[in-house]
Design a protein around this ligand. Structure first.
Ligand code: ADP
Ligand code: MG
Length: 449
């Protein structure tokens, strides 16, 4: 994981050398990973705001270093620093800080005008943000004509202008009622999870830490300790639980099957039989294992899953049984393809596996109803290749598939990204099971099945 922000022995004084001198940041050494959602937590006056302003290049510090993507910001000229502040970081303030004489549309366009974007283009982008934050009705209103919650949404939209990878929010909930505060929190979470942005939020209320993944505890200008929460891994713990449940239920049926195959069958059963009962899924899983082991052939598999449940089958109606069978056979073929890739890579890790990757890509796209540009196809190949080589975990695959195109991701819809990632996991010999997306509607692929 790369660190998007890093500090080295960061020290900052206010009024240095004067009687009123305050040593506000003392030897801060922290690293913030790209895509993390972090918070600085501690009592009023401990230096939370100061650290935000120091890492965003607003406050100049006297000692130490701040590195953004490994670039030392104290080495930047004022002009470079200004560009970094305008495009690298979006800031959401507690007091909203909207310009009172500008309407919502103009407030949101403003940061884009600063970096030289034409006013027409800025307005087009601003309108997209207005829509995303559900502010369409208020585009022409002035800040004083809006509620606190609406003003903060404008503040967030403005922070998102210029599409910064880092969002900093200094007590963004302080002036909001609980309903609006929750909405802002949900949106920050979405910016983190869906957009993959790095979020840094300062708060002094513990409840608003619910989605935060890393907490830096502060006191008197010092970072006391770093806490990793399990906010980011809720999906994982659910999957572990589900996995355990399934494995204890089906251990009898699976005596002769390798662990890898068991896991594939389990993922597959859940993938294809969403909405079916645990008993049906379990039985389906055992037939999948028999097919994986070649104990039954394709025809027998189809017969068994079509047979009524009471008679020992799964009870899928005929057409679905047929489609599921075709799908399972395609997975078996792809699994062979992947096994071939692994054997090839074992012999020579440098060897090109491009043809195989293309085959996997085509298989993944089978059933996808959207359009893929050549650039997207290339990005998709890269993700597949990285996953097959185990350079990235399955959770990263969703993220990369979902990232918007201009950030080197594939730019699929979130749902398509999840479905495709799941499909990819089906053919990989990997013990990591990811059910994160098991709630996701599988419409496009279901249509095919
Ligand atoms: P927090 O955000 O945790 O409430 P701050 O970062 O605002 O804390 O403040 C840290 C310390 O620095 C406090 O003691 C505060 O009084 C002092 N401080 C903050 N801003 C200034 C300033 N502009 N001039 C002098 N002292 C300041
Ligand atoms: Mg503060």
């Amino acid at each position: 994981m790369s660190q998007i922000i890093k500090t080295e022995n960061l020290n900052l004084w206010y009024d240095k050398g004067k009687a009123t001198e305050v040593h506000a940041l003392k030897n801060i050494n922290i690293g913030i990973e790209k895509g993390d959602y972090v918070s600085f937590f501690g009592p009023s006056g401990c230096g939370k705001t100061t650290i935000l302003y120091a890492v965003s290049g607003i406050d100049r510090f006297q000692e130490g270093k701040v590195l953004i993507n490994d670039v030392d910001i104290s080495g930047l000229t004022n002009q470079e620093l200004a560009v970094f502040r305008q495009t690298g970081i979006g800031i959401v303030f507690q007091q909203f800080n909207l310009v009172p004489s500008l309407n919502v549309l103009k407030n949101i366009s403003l940061p884009m005008l600063f970096v030289g974007i034409s006013s027409e283009k800025a307005e087009i982008e601003a309108r997209k943000l207005i829509e995303r934050l559900d502010l369409t009705k208020y585009a022409n209103r002035y800040p004083h004509e809006l509620s606190g919650g609406q003003q903060q949404r404008v503040g967030i939209a403005r922070a998102l202008a210029n599409d910064p990878p880092i969002i900093i929010a200094d007590e963004p909930l302080g002036n909001l009622d609980s309903a609006n505060a929750k909405m802002v929190l949900n949106f920050l979470k979405e910016l983190n999870e869906k957009d993959g942005r790095t979020i840094i939020m300062v708060t002094h209320e513990a409840w608003s830490l619910r989605d935060v993944k890393t907490i830096f505890h502060m006191k008197d200008g010092v970072v006391l300790d770093v806490e990793k929460t399990n906010a980011g891994s809720v999906g994982n713990s659910i999957s572990k639980h589900l996995n355990e449940q399934l494995s204890s239920m089906s251990s009898e049926n699976n005596k002769n099957v390798s662990d890898e195959e068991k896991i594939s069958a389990r993922i597959l059963a859940n993938f294809l039989l969403r909405g079916y009962s645990m008993d049906e899924i379990r039985r389906f899983e055992s037939f999948v294992n028999e097919r994986f082991e070649n104990k039954i052939d394709k025809k027998e598999f189809r017969r068994l899953i079509n047979k009524p449940f009471k008679e020992g089958g799964v009870g899928l109606w005929k057409k679905k049984a047929e489609r599921v069978t075709i799908y399972l056979e395609s997975i078996l073929d792809e699994k062979k393809n992947v096994e071939h890739i692994y054997k090839t890579l074992e012999k020579n890790p440098e060897l090109s596996i491009m043809d195989e990757i293309h085959a996997i890509r085509n298989w993944l796209l089978d059933g996808y109803t959207g359009q893929i540009t050549p650039n997207q196809a290339m990005a998709l190949d890269q993700v597949i290749s990285d996953r097959v080589r185990d350079f990235i975990p399955s959770s990263k695959v969703v993220e990369l598939l979902d990232l918007s195109k201009n950030k080197d991701g594939v730019g699929l819809s979130f749902r398509a990204a999840q479905v495709m990632s799941e499909k990819l996991e089906l053919i990989l010999n990997d013990s990591e099971v990811n059910y994160n997306s098991s709630h996701v509607d599988n419409e496009n692929f279901e249509k095919k099945l």
